[in-house]
Each structure stands twice: as C-alpha cells, then as structure tokens.
Write a protein that binds this ligand. Structure first.
Ligand SMILES: Cc1cc2nc3c(=O)[nH]c(=O)nc-3n(C[C@H](O)[C@H](O)[C@H](O)COP(=O)(O)OP(=O)(O)OC[C@H]3O[C@@H](n4cnc5c(N)ncnc54)[C@H](O)[C@@H]3O)c2cc1C
Length: 460
C-alpha cells in the first residue's frame, strides 16, 4: 500500500515548517534514506525532513495527520534491520539537527539531551567536560543517536552492571501521534529529569515500539561514575556447556563491568575456542591487578583458561566503542547484519551451537558473540552474517540465515531484538493474544490515522 499524496503541496508545507534547506523530495537526496546498511531491500521514501525544534516536529505530525502520510522517525539509521525504511512510503523524519546537550546533572547523574545527539557527541562532551562521568554507549558506529539506541533496548559496556540501555531512561519528551507534546517520567511534574517513578511508568510505551507511538524529542539518560582504571582479562573456554557456569561465577564475583563472549572460525587460531572477555575497573592499578587475579582463579575453577592478551587485541578491545566489525568475516561487497536476541543465560550453549550450524548451512563463517546484561539476568546474543551487497542471491542467503536465527532464538525462549519485519511477525505469532490486543488498543487510541511507522508491529 502506498498513500496517495499531492507531492508538491506537501513539500511546500514541509518547507514552510522547517525551511527550504531541510525538506526534500528530490530523488538524489531520498536515495540514501531508501536503504540501510543491513540486508533489507530498498524501500520507497517520499520526503525527508530535518526538524530543529519540538514545535517543528509537532507541526509536521499535524500535517501528516491531515494528509494521511506515514512518518518514520530516524536517528542514525544504523539498526541494520530496516527499522527506519518506510514500509508504506511517506516522511522520514531525520532528527540529527536536534543535537543540543541541554544539561548534565553531575549530582543526580543524568544527561538531558535532544533526540539527535549522537553517542559519539555525548561521549566526547563528557570526556572533555565531565571526565568523572560516563554514558551508556553501544559498540555501534558513533553516529548512532543516544535516543535511537536507548529506545530499542540497546546495550553496551555498562550493561552487565547496570542493565540494558532502555532501563537507563529517566524521562522523555514525546510528540504523540496527535501532535500533543507529552512529558513522561519525573519531568512530568519536576524540573529534575532524574527518575521514571514513582508514578505510572509510561516510558516503556516508547521503547522497542519503533516510533509507532510517538516521536521522542528530548530524553534524560543515566550517567555513571567513571572509575580511573579499566582493563580487559581474556579467558578461553572450549566447551559450550561450561559457558553458563563461567558467566555465573564471573558475575557473582561482582568485579565485571562488561562481559562479552566471542566465537568465530576464522582466523584458524580462533577456531574451537569461546573467548570470555571480561572488563575490570578500579581506582588504582593495584586494584585492577587484584581483580584480574581473582578472575584468573575463576577461569581455572570453571574449566576455562586465562589468555594473556596480545597488545594489538588489547588495544582494539579497550577502545570505546569497540570497532565491532574488526572481527567480522568481510566478504566482497561488505554487507553484514546480525540477529541480536535477548536470551536466558542457560540457553547460550544451544544458541552458540545452533547459530554455528545455521552459519555453516548458509556457507557463512560462524561469528557469534554475546554480552551479559544486568548481572547476568539475561544475555544479548549476536549472530552475524556477512554478504556481498552486489549479489542479490547472497543477500537473500543472509536474510534466510537471519530468519532461521530468529526462529532459533524464539525456540530457546529468547526474544529477537530490534527485529526486522519478518522477525516482528514471528514474535507477534508467538505472543499472548491479550498482550497484542492491549498494544493494538493503545496504538489505535493514540494514532487513529495510523501514520506512525505503519507496517511495523502490525497486529492483525
Ligand atoms: C557495527 C555495528 C555494531 C553495533 N553494535 C551495537 C551494540 O554494541 N549495542 C547496541 O545496542 N547496538 C548496536 N548496533 C545496532 C545499532 O546501530 C544501535 O543500536 C544504534 O544505537 C541505533 O541507533 P540509531 O540512532 O542508528 O537508531 P535508528 O536506526 O535511527 O532508529 C532505531 C529505531 O528507533 C526509532 N527512533 C529513532 N529515533 C527516534 C525518536 N527520536 N523517536 C522515536 N523513535 C525513534 C526508529 O524509528 C527505529 O525504529 C550496532 C550496529 C552496527 C552497524
């Protein structure tokens, strides 16, 4: 379905709202918005608009309602799974011009920012001005927005200690689908954007709903004390079945800031090992050494081995964000996408084994990883599939592998993360009907004209 529209009139209206330089329907400018870096096929975009203020967002939403045009909010557009590619055409609302860091509250430890602030911007701003504070940062390219990341339950180096990034939201300013500006969290009644409770917690409506319930224009995210020292301690496991126990013991020690697992069959020296990558922090080098010793003991007791880190590997892993693609199986054409899935820790062995089988079946070198979330309450597992972007059959092969991985994640009691359209459908098929009914009721009430990212999370 594509919405009928009077292109030139709508462009004029959009230009009136944001200025001539920031609205376009020109093919050459829409091209980049019609694709994303993952394995999705390109989709039609009718307009791109770059608002500068919440009032402009509000006017665009009102116009879209009047004209019945879909709106897709976009941050960095880096989720890989086609989430900012319009399913039914319409407006891509590129938020990058709303890039003010409004306030850093050092005492209550939060950053109040506009929705277009990138993770790289916030990180470097804090490094320069507040060196004792650190923000949640994913290992995504630094052009990813903080909003885009926290709104999809992203995760990063602080997630093992403090939870996924969705749980680090204190408050939101949202333009609802009818154009109302609504504040949720403590900011609904206080000047301090410091907590999401103790009032009915509606922030969850806007997380992982992929822009279907509103457009976030401001947000407050938690910041954390930055310890003076940080180091990485590698362990090596050879049996998938040992993983849950290793992870439990590592997290029970209370020493780990971030815990990653990695497995890949290339280069040859990596084959057959599961790398356990644990970050320790401290206020002195002695503290780091002591913590590293405790970890080495844990590795010994859990069937794993300590691995002395080669300097080049250490350098890569100490970077923030880690350049995640360093380890990827690069193919001609450079395409790569991964299924991320939230999984119960006990099912990681089956996930790693199953993921490796799927990769091999599709002729792709197994590249599987995982990051612990919230003191091992769950793990985000990632199964990467590379493809040649210039070869449609190879892209189709990757999409099939992604689909099988979504099925595997669901079979293991997990939930595919930032799922593409086909993955969303699998999730909805398995979901409690009353959960779906509740979501549909909320969506129909908030967005009766169904203009917000239609096609995503469609309950039939
Ligand atoms: C190499 C690589 C490594 C990665 N590693 C990680 C990682 O370690 N951890 C991790 O969490 N992710 C990772 N990612 C995935 C992804 O890039 C990030 O999660 C990223 O932060 C998404 O942010 P974005 O600004 O690109 O969001 P977008 O793709 O622009 O948007 C994501 C979703 O949020 C919606 N949205 C965006 N802005 C708004 C808004 N203002 N209001 C309402 N809805 C909005 C969009 O409609 C879309 O549904 C990685 C990606 C790549 C390519």
């Amino acid at each position: 379905m594509h919405f009928p529209m009077n292109n030139e009139k709508i462009l004029n209206d959009l230009e009136e709202i944001v200025g001539k330089d920031f609205a376009s329907n020109r093919e050459e400018e829409l091209f980049i918005y019609s694709l994303d870096p993952g394995a999705s096929l390109p989709r039609v975009v009718d307009f791109v608009v770059m608002p500068k203020s919440v009032e402009e967002v509000q006017k665009i939403v009102k116009l879209a309602n009047k004209e019945g045009i879909p709106i897709v909010p976009m941050g960095g557009g880096l989720t890989l799974s086609g989430l900012v590619l319009p399913v039914h055409g319409g407006i891509v609302l590129d938020m990058k011009r709303m890039d003010n860091i409004i306030e850093i509250n050092e005492m209550s430890k939060y950053a109040l920012i506009e929705a277009g602030v990138t993770t790289g911007h916030l990180l470097s701003y804090l490094n320069e001005n507040y060196p004792n504070l650190q923000p949640p940062v994913p290992d995504a390219p630094s052009a990813a927005t903080v909003a885009g990341n926290v709104l999809i339950h992203g995760s990063g180096y602080l997630s093992q200690k403090y939870g996924d990034h969705g749980s680090m939201i204190n408050g939101l300013e949202v333009v609802l689908p009818n154009g109302d500006i609504c504040k949720v969290g403590s900011c609904a009644l206080s000047d301090y954007w410091f907590t999401r409770g103790p009032i009915p917690d509606l922030i969850g409506l806007f997380t992982s709903s992929f822009g279907t319930l509103g457009i976030v224009t401001k947000l407050s995210v938690k910041l954390f004390h930055k310890p003076k020292f940080r180091d990485v301690v590698f362990g090596l496991a050879t049996d998938f079945e040992d993983i849950p126990n290793i992870l439990s013991k590592v997290t029970e020690s209370g020493l780990a800031e971030d815990v990653l697992l990695g497995m890949q069959d290339k280069p040859d020296w990596m084959k057959g090992y599961i790398f356990v990558i644990v970050y320790v922090t401290g206020e002195s080098e002695d503290e780091i050494d002591t913590n590293a010793k405790v970890l080495k003991k844990i590795y010994r007791k859990t069937n794993a081995r300590y691995m002395k880190t080669p300097p080049r590997i250490r350098e890569i892993y100490m970077e923030k964000p880690i350049f995640a693609a360093t380890a990827a199986d690069f193919r001609k054409g450079g395409g790569f996408e991964y299924v991320g899935a939230f999984l119960p820790i006990e099912n990681l062995p089956k996930a790693f084994k199953g993921g490796a089988e799927i990769s091999k079946r599709h002729g792709i070198i197994p590249t599987i990883g995982s990051r612990l979330i919230g003191q091992s309450h769950s793990a985000m597992a990632f199964f990467s599939y590379s493809f040649n972007r210039a070869d449609p059959d190879d892209m189709k092969n990757a999409r099939e592998a992604l689909h099988e991985t979504n099925l595997l994640a669901l079979e293991l009691g997990g939930i595919p993360w930032k799922a593409e359209l086909a993955g969303q459908k699998l999730i909805l098929d398995k979901m409690d009907p009353n959960y779906k009914k509740l979501f549909k009721t909320i969506r129909d009430t908030l967005d009766p004209n169904h203009i917000m990212n239609p096609g995503n999370w469609e309950v039939e």
